[in-house]
Design a protein around this ligand. Structure first.
Ligand code: FAD
Length: 293
């Protein structure tokens, strides 16, 4: 039966698009792999981060004559998980800066170094910031997510790195900078200095929105507490999360509680999130879930 399965039948069976079927075929049976040769149509990929580069790589391997255009402004690929390690002094910023030319082969792929400003799905068209119209048959959107620090009343992006505030997430993917990483490492050292004369009160907050790394707020909590421990110092740590648990998976949640028990001074505030901040006075307003806004 394997040998008699036509490409069309294979796609029907899979219940997915020809391109997706071909991608799967690249790691699947040889009969479906042959079908990838006749995939036609112009593919446009929007974005130049991990998602877009993975889609590009899989599609390029799965289709024998791919017609792919990638629209991404960033020559630099910023390895964002490493921001946690730059923030805790384990890596240097340079370690995170990779060259997108190593992942986008311009002999095989058209690379428009710009952002998409308008999606015109009715006409299978995207328009770039510079005004270029690009038609597509198949569109892959991997433009990531944006940060909106200003949704916390009283806070702006410019406050990161000042007045005892940091955010390990902050980056500019187009420029290939990660201010959040370097500001967090400075913050670690400010915290250490403060802990030499008193026990500072430190709040770590986890947003109530989808975020890039759900684990990062806790990672920064434990890494900064360990950094103080190295010199026999400590602080009063409070972890504020919109979730009802430390982690959604019970086994991981249990493990994290035992990790926390290794520090004598972490308290958790569940089902709360940061609603407003007075940056100068270093005061926070926490929103408790279930309360009327
Ligand atoms: C601090 C931190 C720690 C993390 N830790 C981990 C971890 O331990 N494990 C893990 O798996 N993940 C981790 N992540 C998450 C991981 O980095 C992201 O999931 C991943 O980078 C998302 O890739 P993406 O391609 O979807 O988006 P992004 O990496 O955000 O890339 C988006 C791309 O789209 C481009 N773009 C944006 N808008 C447009 C537009 N309009 N037109 C064209 N291009 C556009 C940008 O220039 C960029 O190239 C972490 C992230 C952070 C910030």
């Amino acid at each position: 039966m394997k040998n008699n399965l036509s490409r069309r039948d294979a796609i029907k069976l899979m219940g997915i698009s020809p391109v997706a079927a071909a991608v799967l075929a690249s790691t699947s049976t040889s009969s479906i792999a042959e079908a990838s040769a006749d995939v036609v149509g112009k593919i446009v990929i929007v974005g130049g981060g991990a998602g877009a580069i993975m889609a590009l790589s899989r599609l390029s391997r799965a289709i024998s004559n791919p017609d792919i255009t990638i629209i991404a402004p960033n020559e630099v690929h910023l390895y964002q998980p490493g921001q946690v390690f730059v923030g805790s002094g384990e890596m240097q910023l340079d370690d995170l800066i990779l060259d997108n030319n190593n992942y986008i082969n311009q002999d095989e792929v058209t690379w428009i170094k710009d952002e998409v400003k308008t999606f015109d799905a009715k006409n299978n068209l995207v328009i770039t910031r510079a005004g270029e119209s690009v038609k597509y048959d198949i569109l892959v959107v991997a433009a990531g997510i944006q940060y909106h620090y200003e949704k916390i009343k009283g806070l702006t992006k410019e406050d990161i790195g000042k007045n005892g505030i940091t955010s390990v997430y902050l980056s500019d993917l187009e420029k290939g900078t990660a201010k959040g990483a370097t500001a967090t490492w400075d913050w670690f050292n400010e915290l250490k200095t403060a802990a030499k004369t008193k026990k500072p009160k430190v709040l770590y907050t986890q947003p109530n929105t989808p975020i890039k790394c759900g684990g990062a707020p806790q990672k920064m909590l434990y890494l900064s507490a360990d950094y103080l421990k190295l010199e026999g110092l400590s602080a009063d740590y409070e972890f504020v999360t919109s979730q009802a648990k430390l982690f959604s998976l019970p086994a991981v949640d249990k493990e994290l509680h035992s990790v926390q028990a290794q520090y004598d001074n972490i308290t958790n505030k569940f089902q709360h999130h940061l609603k407003a901040i007075d940056v100068k006075a270093k005061k926070l307003l926490l929103f408790m879930h279930g309360m009327k806004r």
